[in-house]
Design a protein around this ligand. Structure first.
Ligand SMILES: Nc1ncnc2c1ncn2[C@@H]1O[C@H](COP(=O)(O)OP(=O)(O)O)[C@@H](O)[C@H]1O
Ligand SMILES: [Mg+2]
Length: 269
């Protein structure tokens, strides 16, 4: 099971879009996914179509008993392979530290969750507060989303630093981050400049493909269906980029043991 936290300093840059895009890529491959919505704005919850939720991430963090997250998991409107722990406004109250281990509440709540998923995707609010710290404390991978603008370099650097702090303290299992550039318009010189700047500064940490602006993205979100079901050429391109991003985040399967090459002469002599 791979746990991915999707974060950024700013709102509106594409965290929910990346969370939903990765969930859609998992859905299209029939992998099991759990989406944990840790943003009180609950945009991801709305776009993933949660028919009958009883508990939310706010309830899970308030309780935080080992394994309690299991009680809040509900199947999404996308089908049985994609489950969700939805969010609600009240989660806002949980974005401040409350005692020594408050950043570990989500980790504890998910710890003995009996159901296993191929991937768990945690959508964070637009801050590096306690909710994002909870996500990073349970994650194996962090995805930092940014737009190619003037503030991107600064924001990405701060987010990378926040990930390093958690990796150096509560979660040594947190591996190198991936920076994803969203809403890239290659014909915009300003965008090209900032993309080059991000790649020069963060090198291999920046995902090799940036995600283009695409009208199918908001349309699929509004309709509550996976991006991979949208058939415009632009949507298909973005869906394929999410397939590549999912590949980059999932552990590479161990190569099969090498067998000695077949040699006819072995049998003839
Ligand atoms: N690549 C894209 N192309 C077109 N619209 C996008 C793209 N990425 C995000 N959006 C739209 O921008 C808005 C903000 O994105 P969202 O993912 O909700 O940001 P965040 O979760 O960081 O606040 C949403 O309406 C979303 O549909
Ligand atoms: Mg969001």
């Amino acid at each position: 099971m791979t746990v991915v936290a999707v974060l950024s300093m700013k709102g509106g840059v594409g965290k929910s879009t990346v969370t939903l895009g990765l969930a859609s890529a998992a859905w299209s491959r029939n992998l099991t996914a759990l989406v944990v919505d840790l943003d009180p704005q609950a945009n991801t919850t709305m776009a993933i179509d949660v028919p009958d939720a009883v508990f939310t991430t706010s309830d899970v963090l308030a309780d935080a008993r080992p394994g309690i997250a299991h009680e809040a998991i509900t199947v999404s409107g996308w089908g049985s392979t994609v489950s969700v722990i939805p969010s609600e406004r009240a989660l806002e109250h949980r974005n401040v530290a409350t005692g020594r281990n408050s950043a570990l509440r989500l980790r504890t709540a998910l710890a003995t969750t009996p159901r296993q998923f191929d991937i768990v995707l945690i959508d964070c609010p637009p801050s590096l507060g306690e909710l994002t710290r909870n996500a990073l404390s349970v994650a194996d991978r962090a995805v930092i989303v940014t737009e190619p603008n003037h503030f991107a370099l600064h924001g990405a650097a701060e987010a990378l630093e926040a990930v390093d702090v958690i990796a150096g303290t509560t979660n040594p299992g947190l591996r190198a981050s991936t920076v994803v550039i969203n809403r890239h318009r290659p014909d915009d010189r300003e965008h090209e400049f900032h993309v080059a700047e991000l790649r020069a500064r963060h090198g291999d940490l920046v995902f090799e493909h940036s995600l283009p602006e695409c009208s199918g993205v908001p349309l699929s979100q509004r309709s509550g269906s996976p991006l991979h079901t949208w058939n415009s050429p632009g949507s298909r391109e973005v869906a394929e980029l999410f397939d590549d991003l999912l590949d980059a985040l999932l552990p590479t399967p161990k190569p099969a043991k090498k067998q000695a090459p077949f040699s006819l002469s072995r049998y003839l002599t």
